[in-house]
Design a protein around this ligand. Structure first.
Ligand code: ZN
Length: 423
């Protein structure tokens, strides 16, 4: 396997490319009811389209309506004909947690392990006291912001890494690989990244999202997820003569909560432990509305949790009268492991490349969902790779230059393996 630093015809510098992308405001917004949710995402899509055209990628397509960009890197002639078509996907939008406008990225060279003053006034300090992971990054070059915005390494680091892979292969046809597909998507952060994803146009048999964090991250398990809405109908009566007549809807909501297992709560769970999470509760004596999310990696345990919700509702309706508690429960997404398991080569090959590069694979179940989970259930098995970015969705977000470069090597290495891999 060849490292990118040993390659003859160099692509554009990864970090310059990344910083150019961070300057475009692509923050998504879940309240616009539009697709894409914000116009800024089109600006990045147009730029990526232009750059892919210029570097000579094939089938470059910009979906101007829904803001997706697709491209192909054709297989090299020496690659066997029946190798699988592998895809790489990153999202163009950034989180709405902190502004993504006028991002002022800068590089802290040879980080010395001390506090990093992000803003001039010292208001925002990136400190190893708050973020212990920094202690492992001494000697590294870090990309940080000025504290007024997020960085957008989530997921522009992934985009820059995929673009660098594409340019590397296009400039160095002696590097053997099979057919490679690329896609950049909008609105991942608001859960709509795959709504208009054209799987047929994309044309990959397997893919990786490049949307993880720490170098070595390899994610192929996520939660099974459901949303619960309870509408509780009480009976409001003057409290002076309410005996045996009043039904307090809010207290029934409390009663529902009291019957859930106390420790199966996000406050007390980690790893593969699932939970019931009360996300919203609003009520009077007459009426209460309560929302929960239910999560579990294990499908059986997930079913048991949902059954428990139904049983409690049934109990309360028996106790207080039919129709007191109205339940709506819908599945949101499922654990991709079910769809990855028949194609474990996706995990094994990524691990193999990492190990060859001296990177320890970090194999942790995601306590959330990913676009890859959605795509896996639409027929495109799709684990998630690292990017080298940290502290996502906030002004303390940073990226490690060497880890971003190594992520490019991981992607190149995976393409190399699938250039030989016959199915
Ligand atoms: Zn992301």
């Amino acid at each position: 396997m060849k490292l990118s630093c040993e390659i003859k015809n160099k692509p554009e510098d990864l970090i310059e490319r990344f910083i150019r992308y961070t300057k475009i405001d692509t923050q998504s917004d879940e309240h616009t009811n539009k697709s894409p949710s914000t116009p800024g995402q089109h600006d990045l899509a147009k730029l990526l389209y232009k750059e892919l055209m210029e570097m000579g990628a094939s089938d470059v397509f910009y979906d101007q309506e829904h803001c997706y960009v697709y491209a192909t890197i054709p297989a090299t002639n020496d690659s066997p004909k029946n190798t699988p078509v592998i895809g790489f996907i990153s999202h163009m939008d950034t989180s709405d947690a902190v502004s993504g406008k006028d991002v002022n990225a800068r590089i802290v060279e040879n980080y010395d392990g001390s506090d990093i003053k992000l803003s001039e006034d010292g208001k925002y300090i990136l400190s190893p006291k708050d973020f212990p992971v920094l202690t492992e990054k001494t000697g590294e070059d870090l990309i940080v912001t000025d504290g007024s915005t997020l960085l957008g390494a989530d997921d522009k680091a992934g985009i820059a890494e995929i673009m660098t892979m594409a340019e590397t292969f296009l400039k160095n046809p002696e590097l053997k690989h099979g057919e490679i597909k690329i896609a950049f998507t909008p609105d991942e952060e608001i859960g709509e990244g795959t709504d208009h994803f054209d799987l047929e146009r994309f044309g990959a048999q397997f893919a990786y999202t490049v949307d993880g964090g720490d170098l070595g991250t390899l994610e192929y398990e996520n939660f099974n997820a459901a949303e619960v809405e309870l509408i509780i109908n009480g009976r409001s009566v003057h409290p002076g003569d309410a005996k045996n007549r009043m039904l307090n809807a809010t207290l029934i909501a409390y009663e529902f909560q009291s019957m859930l297992p106390a420790f199966e709560n996000p406050m007390y769970t980690e790893g593969r432990e699932g939970f019931f999470h009360l996300t919203m509760m609003k009520g009077t004596c007459e009426k209460a509305v309560v929302y929960y999310i239910v999560r579990d990696h294990d499908m059986e345990k997930f079913k048991v949790k949902k059954e428990m919700v139904r049983n409690i509702v049934e109990f309360l309706n028996k106790k207080y009268g039919e129709g007191t508690v109205e339940l709506t429960m819908e599945d949101s997404y499922y654990n991709m492991i079910e769809k990855i398991r028949p194609h474990m080569h996706l995990v094994d090959n990524a691990k193999k490349v990492m190990e060859e590069l001296g990177i320890t694979p970090i194999d942790v179940p995601i306590r959330g969902g990913t676009d890859g989970a959605m795509l896996s259930y639409k027929g495109l098995p799709c684990p998630n790779l690292c990017t080298g970015g940290y502290n996502y969705h906030g002004r303390y977000e940073f990226a490690v230059v060497s880890e971003m470069r190594k992520t490019v090597d991981i992607i190149l290495g995976i393409c190399g393996i699938y250039g030989e891999f016959e199915i």
